[in-house]
Design a protein around this ligand. Sequence first.
Ligand code: F6R
Length: 617
Amino acid sequence: MCGIVGYVGNRSAVEVLLKGLQRLEYRGYDSTGVAFQKGNRIEIEKSEGKLENIFKRFKEMDLNRAPVSTVGIGHTRWATHGKPTTQNAHPHRTGSIVLVHNGIIENYREIKEDLMKKGHEPQSETDSELFGFLVLEELKLKKSFIDAVRFAFQKLEGACSVVVMSENDPDTVIGIRNGSPLVAGIDSEGAIYLASDPQPLLDYTKKVVYLENGDMAIAKRSGLEFRDVITGKVVQRETIELQWSVEQIDKQGYPHFMLKEIYEQPTALIDTFNSNLDRIDPTSFPLAKHPGVDKLMNASELHLIACGTSYYASLVGKYWLEKYARVSTQVEFASEFRYRDPVLDDRALIVGVSQSGETADTLAVLRDLKKKGKATAAVSNVRGSTISRETDGAFFTSAGPEIGVAATKSFLTQMGIFLLWTGAFLERRKKGSADGLFEETVHLPHVLKNYLDDSSGIREKIKEAARATVTKKGFFFIGRGSSYPLALEGALKLKEIAYVHAEGYAAGELKHGPIAMIDENVVVIVLAPKDGWRDKTISNLEEVKARGAQIIGVGDPSDRHLQDLSHHFIPLPTLKNEDLNVFPLSIVVQLFSYELATLKGTDIDKPRNLAKSVTVE
Ligand code: F6R
């Protein structure tokens, strides 16, 4: 939610900021803006709508006026308080102070009332702007800029981060993190960057510091310093080397990041296996040793806590972990779990599953339970993310940066992690058996690579099915067993990027209500791979066929019956282990949503109303 950048260096600040915002646009795209120092003034350009509006503005601007400024801040917004208008866009100016903000100021009503009593008149509907007035109030008490920002920040309640400049303190950008992520980095020329995610820094440096909550980063020409926002004392922070490359955050010829990321899945899975397995260890499924592995292996039961797509990946994990490894596994939406009073075993492990590692609800659950003395772990795609740092042990998917707002490769690699866990439990506890599971697991990326290859013809078949159904009014994805979470994920993808009504249903549940909706205007995408559930799913399919639905069958190439029932048929690769069908199935549901959204002409990488990292509750 909201992307913020800050820069103090020798390049054109506007160029660095705009490029940085481009890298962060997936965090929010309701409005954008930049502020840059020009002499002892700070100028602001902002606009509602996407970043291209600001780009146009700078293009149209008389180049002589266009600043060769080398200090500035920028913002791309996902609106919480106030509509996505230019007025509400960041940066906000209050007197000499200019700021950008990400997150929520929970006590903004009290702050606003108090400020208005003191004669201040906010110009926007945002909570963010109020912070500027708080800084001005502190400056009235003759505090330095740094102290004024520090004390003003202490008045805020809620998770947020701010980046601030002052016309009276040129060449200085201050960032504070409390909850919402903020990273800082210095390039080889000594230029300093601040951003909500590391992506904008990758063009200049791979060495970054993830600020801790309560950290203040002070960027000046003389260098970068970290202080504690409460005490004002200097603190030392560890620099980490990013594993990501610039190529990974470019589209590389693909029309959308989402498509690129779908095609990256085989590599992402290999990388995830490689980074989580200790291949020197001769046992099968040898998880590379770290504190998370011990927590996992000692757990009496698992609680996988997640939101959205990460929740569906966790549901797949539950099937495997219970079936093969006999580990009781509960999966729950973080936003629900948080307000329940669940019964947990003393040795229960609470696992936050989160691509970004920043999702507010998931983080809140982990914090609450950690406080209560429970063991916690994380599955995340971002090293250095809050969730990965605050849990007792983190497992990382190595999907590389996922820029498309719709999760794809993170979903598939999260399933990859659960598969490794299942194998590791099997190995250690010897409670179940899965002949050849490891061999099939390591072979899986190759199967997926071939499946995605043009020669498989899969994309064409999916395109054809999308073309034939694009005008239909509703879509049901149905499946049983581990295909059921895939049905849920397929419906979520389609809603997200194609804006059509779609539902994921357990095939057996259709006749308990939703079958009433089935007619010739409805498409049923039936996920019926060759597995123990296939026959039952086919019976359910007969029921919808009789009611006139358009049917897209997804199953084994040898399944004549399914093909006869389907108007369109998408063959899956044949896998020995039926449980691994979820991997190619996920490619099918992703590509189908992608193709349908392409036909609808939606903004696939930045679907309306969404943001990649949901850092508000
Ligand atoms: C769907 C999607 C969201 C996220 C959800 C959780 O395509 O991207 O549903 O899966 O917001 O995000 P993380 O995994 O970052 O916690």
